[in-house]
Design a protein around this ligand. Structure first.
Ligand SMILES: [Mn+2]
Length: 251
């Protein structure tokens, strides 16, 4: 089984809610371990992340340990960086053996073509972010930022993340969905079977038919409103509530 999750936004909200979300994630990671060939983290796992050469944010150590355990159980983990958790360096790769991607990826899974992207920079009205994205992600900005004391640097990352999310929520006006348009292009123009994204904070599963080709766009939603996990068994793609996946694994 191949699993997909995105926009968990660990660290967001009251400490109680953040901890609940984290506990749910950790439970999910442990129940999928026996069946998970691959886990794709489709961005914004953390509400903020900034790491230094020798320091990582302590608030997430439980999740880091759970990811480590899943890796040791033999699951391959690929992590597409989102717009909230771009402060990565090499901790995930070097300490956890998780493959980090700074760009969208394409994979063939059980003969089906997948296009996997967080979705930032694709939403209409996101042009402000499209302009600052290369700056935020630049090597120079990263190096300079690392000169700030971690207690201050990580607080700043947290603060700027809060601003960024307020913006993301404003797109949720229901008038147009450019991620859907993007997905349709990937399916109809590039022949993808599945396009999996997050970022929009609104779950979706929509099939597009073009000629004799049929493809499906999946949006994984977000964990603040309804924690979901995408599951592909080689035949079907399911978008399931995390609680249900945990409950059925326990039975
Ligand atoms: Mn997000």
């Amino acid at each position: 089984m191949v699993y997909f999750l995105s926009d968990v936004h660990l660290g967001y909200g009251t400490q109680e809610h953040a901890r609940q979300r984290e506990a749910l994630l950790i439970e999910l990671l442990s129940v999928i371990a026996p069946t998970a060939e691959v886990l794709f983290i489709v961005g914004d796992l953390f509400d903020y992340w900034f790491e230094y050469r020798t320091v990582v944010p302590r608030a997430f150590f439980r999740t880091l340990a759970a990811l480590d355990q899943l890796r040791r159980a033999g699951t391959q983990i690929e992590y597409i960086i989102g717009n909230h958790d771009f402060g990565h360096h090499d901790f995930f790769e070097k300490e956890l053996g998780i493959v980090l991607h700074w760009q969208d990826i394409e994979r063939t899974i059980h003969g089906k073509r997948f296009y996997i992207a967080h979705g930032d920079g694709k939403v209409a009205g996101d042009w402000g972010y499209a302009l600052v994205r290369p700056v935020l992600r630049s090597r120079l900005a990263n190096v300079l930022y690392r000169w700030i004391h971690p207690d201050i640097g990580i607080s700043l990352a947290r603060l700027s993340s809060h601003k960024s999310r307020q913006r993301t929520m404003q797109w949720d006006d229901g008038t147009s969905d450019s991620l859907e348009t993007f997905a349709e292009q990937k399916i109809c123009r590039d022949g993808m079977d599945y396009v999996v994204m997050g970022h929009r904070h609104r779950p979706a599963m929509k099939t597009f038919s073009c000629g004799d080709h049929v493809g499906t766009y999946i949006n994984l939603g977000d964990w603040m409103s309804q924690p979901l996990v995408g599951m592909f068994d080689g035949e079907r793609f399911l978008l399931e509530p995390v609680e249900r996946v945990i409950a059925s694994a326990v039975l």
